[in-house]
Every structure is written in C-alpha cells, then in structure tokens.
Design a protein around this ligand. Structure first.
Ligand SMILES: NC(=O)c1ccc[n+]([C@@H]2O[C@H](COP(=O)([O-])OP(=O)(O)OC[C@H]3O[C@@H](n4cnc5c(N)ncnc54)[C@H](O)[C@@H]3O)[C@@H](O)[C@H]2O)c1
Length: 486
C-alpha cells in the first residue's frame, strides 16, 4: 500500500468536511469530490470553521498544512488520490454502485475506506475491483476532534489494507480501533443504538424529557466515560473483588425488565416530543453556536486527559510525541550537518497567535523557543524515555528581548547556540528570525537545570547528554555573529 500524501474524499457533507479538516491540519493534501459543485464552498467553510478549535488541540510543531482542492469528477479524484475515504449517503445500493465505479479508476494499491455508520464491509466491497483494499473506517462527528475510528474488514479485506489504514489514521492523530469481525452497526453504534432506543421509549411513555435523560448521563456516567468505559467502571463498582463481585451483586437485575431493546414505533407524537424537547434544551442557541461550544469542551477534555495518559488524552500525547520527534529529527539532521548556527525550528505565525496589535503575542515566543529547546535536548538524548527514567531539564530562567515584529503567516525560524554547559546546567541562546529578510525578531537567553524529578533536586546529567552538548558549545564558541551579542 502506498504512502498517503493526498487523501481523496468521495462525498463532502458533514463527515467529508470533518475528514478534510483533520487531514489538512496534519499536512495531508485533500482532493474532495462531490456530485454537487456547490459543495466546494460548503467544504471550504467547514474546514475554516473546524480550524478554529483544531488549532488549539495541540501546540506541538506541525508540518505545513495540506492543500484543499475540489472536483465534481469522481474518476479524476480516484486516479490521483493515495487513499480514498467514501462519505456519501447511507444507502447500500448507492454506496455499492459508487464504490465499484471508483475502484475501476483507483490503482490497486490505493486503500478505499467507507465512513458507513453500520453497513457491512463484505456487502460494500462486493462489486469492486481489487476488493481486498477495501474496509470500513467509521469516524465520529466532529471527525476533526474525536480521535476514534473503527476499522472493519470484510470477507475479502486484506490485513495489508487494514494495517495501512491504521498507519494513516494514527498519523492524522486518531485512535484506530480494529473490530474483530463485521457486525451491523460495528461496535460503537450498536452500543449507542441501545441507549437511543431506551431514550425513545422513555420519552414516548412520558417517563422523562429529552433534557432530563441527557442530564442523567451528563452529570454522571458521561464524566466517567471520557476516560474509562462501562466495563472498567463496573469493575471498580465491585469493590476489592472487582467485576466478579459486581456480577454477583447486580447479576439478578439482568432478569428484571430494565431495558426494552425493541425500538418503539416512531409515531408523529414521539417525533414532536423529541423535537420540542431538544429545542427547549438548545434554549435559542443555533446549531453553529452549540457546535462551537461542543468543540471547545472537546479540546479542553482531551488536554485535561493528556497528563493522565488515558483515553483520548493518550492518543493526543502519542501524537504530540511523534510531532516533537519529527521536528527533532529534522533538527538532528541539521545538527549532524554541522550547520552554523543550528536552525532547529521552521515555523510561521499562525493566525491564532496574533494579539490585538496584529503581532505575534508574547506567550507564543516562549512556545517557539521552547520547541527549539525541545529539539536540541532530544538531539542530546533528553527524550521521553530519559524523562520517564526520572530525569529532566527544568527551566530556571528566561530572558526574552524583542527586536522586530512578526505578523500573521510570517515564516520564521529559530537558531540556537549552546553558550555554556556543566554537570547540572545548560545555558542557551535562541534567536528568532523572519525568513523573508533574515531580520532578528527576538532572542531568548535561557538557563536550564538538570533535575532528578522524583525528589525535584538538581542532579548531574548523563555523561552522553553532557558530551553532546559540550561538542555543540565548543563549535558555537567561535561564532561571533550579531545576534549572539543580543
Ligand atoms: N453524520 C454523522 O454523524 C456520521 C457519523 C459517522 C459516519 N457517518 C456516515 O458518513 C456518511 C456520510 O454522512 P454525512 O452525514 O456526511 O452525509 P451528508 O448528507 O452530510 O453528505 C453526503 C454527501 O454525499 C454527496 N453525494 C451523494 N451522492 C454522491 C455520489 N454519488 N458521489 C459523490 N458524492 C455524492 C452529497 O452531495 C453530500 O454532499 C454516511 O455513510 C454516514 O452513515 C455519519
């Protein structure tokens, strides 16, 4: 299977738009195809809208954004894409027909995946050319913020296609959940559907309003579900002996008529109650407003979960580790080439970094200089493994001098010099430059202390780390360029 540089989208509605935003953000070009030409404007709007919250998901250094193009020529898209994600309406015959047509034009090493919420991959791949490269990749709305994607193979799907899809989705920051065998609704929608049927019953029987039922989740189980699923949570409910005790204690309830999994009839009266209930919950807020609120807390929850390395926080942490490592690898190559001075970070002023004067805001200087330090220390051997062993570099002092302005989208780079290194301390000088005229925008002098993290005490750094930094210090000692004196 080929490396994915261009993602082809088939259908550019809610889900296609979400895929586009996520892929573009992580540096993948997107070729979006839809029958309706007016969807071009729609998808560009959807991507811009998603970018507002997506941009706050991680501060890790990102590759340059991908480019979005649009076509109504499905065959042209199929010929050019390295990976195709289908997102057309949920109708079996329509999907079968369109997937078969597209498979005639896409080379056999191009994976084709469907976003279907519940159709079976064996049915969808039936008429395709090279059906072994087809699978279901079921995402969740908003695709650009929720990391889960269920991967489901059909009878003819190859392991190579599932592996390639897994690699690609992980690359764009997702948690690829391999479903062992195909079942209608896959895993998540089957679970969601059970809850949904109970909701419809309870609204139908006037047991509760839509708002009360949402409260019954939001103030309780919903908080737990963000990081632990029902099974692990019930294991905790059993006390010291866990799930075994829980099943003994609550097992008899399974015989009681708590649930009614057959769905109720969707009568007009029930529809009216559902609509009136949710309108009352929305309390005059538009869908766009509610989406923004949802996106903001989804970003915040993932950031909160990150230090606990659990659930979506673990996915975000792994993604950031990869992004920092990729940035450091680029820097490492430049260090090895003995570039003088070291160019450790190449970036540009992202629109959300701007203050009310239209310039890059203070805190972003620290972020960019921090990224340069991160790349340098990784080169020296202070990486995630080193930190997990209970040793780290702590910032003791930072002195930033501002010299010139940086405006939105301005390309920038950071050069770094090791001024001093001893057993426990490293002194660095970073210089931030505008790429267009090489002007010095700001410099930062920083002092780092090597710390044994459990007691939080200064300690000697590993000999190899010190030696690598000392080599750089010696190389930089002779450098007398202007920004060194700033
Ligand atoms: N909406 C969700 O929450 C959600 C979540 C996960 C998966 N899905 C699945 O994603 C798929 C798409 O759902 P959606 O909500 O984005 O639908 P949508 O109606 O918003 O978008 C469908 C798009 O497909 C286009 N289209 C229709 N026929 C086409 C064809 N023959 N060729 C190219 N484009 C065509 C339409 O013009 C439209 O833009 C469905 O299979 C759905 O089950 C939806």
């Amino acid at each position: 299977m080929r490396r994915v540089r261009t993602l082809g989208l088939l259908g550019t509605g809610v889900i296609g738009g979400g895929w586009a935003a996520r892929a573009l953000h992580f540096g993948i070009d997107v070729l979006a195809a839809d029958l309706k030409p007016e969807m071009e404007e729609w998808i560009r709007g959807a991507v811009a809208n998603a970018e507002a919250s997506l941009a706050r998901l991680t501060l890790a250094p990102l590759p340059p954004k991908g480019k979005l193009s649009f076509t109504t020529d499905l065959q042209a898209m199929a010929r050019q894409a390295d990976f195709i994600q289908e997102n057309i309406p949920e109708q079996l015959e329509l999907k079968q027909r369109v997937l078969a047509a597209v498979s005639h034009h896409a080379p056999a090493d191009v994976v084709i995946a469907s976003s279907t919420s519940g159709l079976m991959p064996s049915d969808l791949q039936r008429d395709m050319v090279a059906p072994e490269r087809f699978l279901v990749a079921h995402p969740f709305n908003p695709v650009y913020l929720l990391p889960l994607v269920e991967l489901v193979g059909g009878r003819q799907t190859s392991t190579a296609a599932l592996d390639a899809a897994s690699t690609f989705f992980t690359y764009i920051g997702m948690h690829a959940l391999r479903v062992r065998r195909e079942v209608p609704g896959h895993l998540t929608d089957r679970l969601q559907e059970a809850l949904w049927r109970e909701i419809l019953h309870m609204v139908n029987e006037d047991v509760a309003t839509t708002g009360e039922l949402d409260d019954s989740i939001v103030y309780g189980p919903g908080l737990r579900w963000a990081a632990m699923g029902t099974n692990l949570i019930y294991h905790l409910a059993g006390g010291e002996s866990g799930m075994r005790h829980m099943l003994r204690q609550f097992g008899p309830c399974l015989q009681w008529p708590w649930t009614k999994l057959e769905a109720p009839e969707l009568s007009e009266a029930l529809i009216d109650k559902m609509v009136a209930g949710t309108q009352a919950q929305a309390a005059g807020r538009s869908i766009r407003e509610l989406e923004r609120l949802r996106d903001d807390y989804l970003v915040a929850i993932q950031q909160v979960l990150k230090p606990y390395n659990i659930g979506a926080g673990a996915t975000l942490r792994a993604l950031e580790e990869r992004l920092y490592e990729a940035a450091a690898a680029g820097a490492r190559a430049r260090i090895d080439a003995a570039d003088q001075p070291l160019r450790l970070v190449e970036t540009y002023v992202r629109p959300e970094w701007i203050d009310y004067n239209g310039h890059m805001t203070d805190s972003r200087y620290l972020q960019v200089f921090g990224d340069a330090t991160d790349a340098l220390f990784r080169y020296a051997g202070v990486d995630d493994g080193y930190r997990r062993s209970g040793r780290a570099m702590y910032t003791v002092e930072t002195h930033v001098t501002h010299k010139a302005e940086a405006r939105a989208l301005e390309p920038l780079y950071v050069t770094t010099r090791v001024l001093e290194v001893d057993d426990k301390r490293v002194r660095l000088l970073h210089s931030l430059h505008r790429r267009r005229d090489e002007a010095l925008v700001a410099s930062a002098r920083q002092l780092y202390l090597h710390v044994n993290t459990p007691p939080g005490k200064a300690s000697p750094m590993e000999a190899g780390v010190r030696a690598r930094l000392a080599v750089l210090q010696a190389a930089h000692a002779s450098d007398q360029t202007e920004d060194r004196r700033s």
